[in-house]
Write a protein that binds this ligand. Structure first.
Ligand code: KIV
Ligand code: ZN
Length: 521
């Protein structure tokens, strides 16, 4: 007799924990575009950000809440100011969740709450934090019914104290209680035992949904999430491509496809539309600038490639010899539509829509111009080129400097010289400079145009599509005083890609400085 399958709620935190990955910087329109893609993936909850942390975070959460119909969560520490900011950002959506958290492990309590005003002894500090957690949940409940509470570093928290905090949070009204393995420290059976123990000790546990949020420091995030589900958790927090703090979070595509492929023995399901997985993966990769490793499960370039003769032969005879899921099930299509110089705006729009990008008329106009320039250089424009194009400067924020024009002269006996023309809100500025090489000359010319000096902390170039006219992608991290930012640029010309990447990073620093000025004002 077949057991009835139980639904696992998919809580996606790509835009919050994922965006906390070192080096990931998404602008607001990229976040909205990813949120729309997550809605097409049909995740249950989208955690859109941490509104109190900056005006840009606030605006991103607000725009996503206004424009996307899925339940939108916003993060808040157990502080009134944070919870109020989360509630304000979510004001216009009826589908909102406030997600508040406190630290519960002794490591965190002693590290973050060392001050005597939280109590002199560990026992006193624990009581203070329990009370702060209850107050936070109760305050959040004044704004919406759907409130999630997380016990940060639950993986390393004493089980007796954890059970007390969980019980108190449920009494205060938490509709979901999340048990994070914040440091990715636990082993699957150990984590499962912790969840089972909570089910035994917490008397009101049936009044909430138990969630888990596993980090990947030991490569166990997905295994721990799965073990927790076996032990009774019914919400899993994940990110696309597994991005997130340090080594990342549990990967959405891996967790979802495990339940899907092993439905023969796993009595669970999710509502995720798996055919949208590949689009989501590529969009997140191109907007964050984090490449997907070729051997990454489910979405890596080689995930469905069969190299050895024996494997290829087996596949030709029967696909099930070496394939446990079909590429089409996760949205990988083998037939490639090629666009070129003669493709029209409509053809481009339709293809982009199929790849998950929904553009306004204005965005389409800009994209089409960029596409035509690329088609002139490349002749054949593949899906991967389009995805990189979408992650490029056409997504640039209003009010940012754009690279209008670039000219570089080099020669075996000449000093490299670059001229750049930058444009911002109709105003242009043009400067020339020399450098140690063509890239250095471009960076110097941009510095002169902006009358600032930035140091280069990291610079990387790689080819992202194939052939002689391959697109080159440049990543650069720049610093000005204590501020650091990362930029990414793509072009068939790596000097131009370098200029774009540098300018994007510089724009981020200018934006951060303006935000700080506004906050101080
Ligand atoms: O890792 C963690 O503990 C978190 C919480 C804020 C849920 O990200
Ligand atoms: Zn986390």
């Amino acid at each position: 007799m077949s057991r009835k399958k139980e639904k696992i709620v998919i809580f996606d935190t790509t835009l919050r924990d994922g965006e906390q990955s070192p080096g990931a910087s998404l602008n607001i329109s990229e976040k909205v575009e990813i949120a729309r893609e997550l809605a097409r993936l049909n995740v249950d909850v989208i955690e859109a950000g941490f509104p109190v942390s900056s005006p840009a975070q606030f605006e991103a959460v607000q725009r996503i809440a206004d424009e996307v119909e899925t339940t939108i969560a916003a993060l808040a520490r157990a502080k009134e100011v944070d919870i109020k900011a989360a509630a304000d950002a979510l004001r216009n959506t009826p589908h909102k969740r406030i997600h508040t958290f406190s630290s519960t492990s002794d490591y965190h309590i002693l590290g973050k709450f060392g001050d005597d005003r939280y109590g002199k002894t560990l026992a006193e500090k624990r009581q203070t934090i329990l009370k702060m957690s209850v107050d936070a949940v109760q305050y959040a409940k004044t704004f919406c019914d759907d409130v999630e509470f997380s016990a940060e570093d639950a993986g390393r928290t004493d089980i007796g104290y954890l059970a007390d905090v969980v019980q108190a949070a449920i009494e205060a009204g938490a509709t979901t209680v999340n048990i994070p393995d914040t440091t990715g420290y636990t082993l699957p059976w150990e984590f499962a035992a912790k969840i089972e123990e909570l089910f035994k000790r917490v008397k009101n546990i049936d009044q909430t949904v138990i969630s888990v949020h596993c980090h990947n420091d030991l490569g166990l995030a997905v295994a721990n999430s799965l073990a927790a589900v076996q032990a009774g958790a019914r919400q899993v927090e994940v990110t696309v491509n597994g991005i997130g703090e340090r080594a990342g979070n549990a990967s959405l595509e891996e967790f979802v496809m495990i339940l899907n492929v092993r439905k023969d023995i796993l009595p669970f399901f999710t509502d995720v539309n798996t055919r949208e997985i590949y689009n989501a993966s590529r969009m997140v990769s191109s907007f964050t600038g984090f490449p997907v490793q070729p051997n990454k499960a489910i979405v890596g370039k080689n995930a469905f490639a069969h190299e050895s003769g024996i494997h290829q032969d087996g596949m030709l005879k029967s696909r099930s010899t070496y394939e446990i899921m079909k590429p089409e099930d996760v949205g990988v299509h083998r037939s490639k539509i090629i666009l070129g110089r003669h493709s029209g705006r409509h053809g481009l729009k339709v293809r982009l829509k199929e790849l998950g990008y929904h553009l306004s008329e204005d965005e389409l106009n800009k994209t089409y111009q960029a596409f035509l320039k690329l088609a002139d250089k490349k002749k054949e424009v593949y899906d991967e080129d389009l995805r990189f194009l979408m992650g490029d400067e056409i997504r640039g924020e209003e009010g940012f400097f754009k690279l209008e024009y670039l000219n570089v002269s080099i020669g075996t006996d000449a000093i490299p010289k670059a001229t750049v023309r930058l444009m911002k809100q109709g105003k242009t500025v043009e400067k020339s400079a020399e450098g140690d090489g063509p890239v250095d000359a471009v960076f110097n010319a941009i510095d002169q145009a902006l009358d600032m000096k930035y140091s280069i902390e990291d610079y990387q170039v790689r080819s992202v599509t194939s052939g002689r006219t391959a697109m080159g992608e440049v990543h650069v991290t720049v610093r000005n005083g204590t501020m650091e930012a990362h930029g990414r640029g793509v072009s068939t010309d790596i000097i131009e890609a370098s200029g774009k990447a540098y300018l994007q990073a510089v724009n981020m620093i200018v934006q951060k400085k303006n935000e700080l000025l506004k906050q101080g004002a």
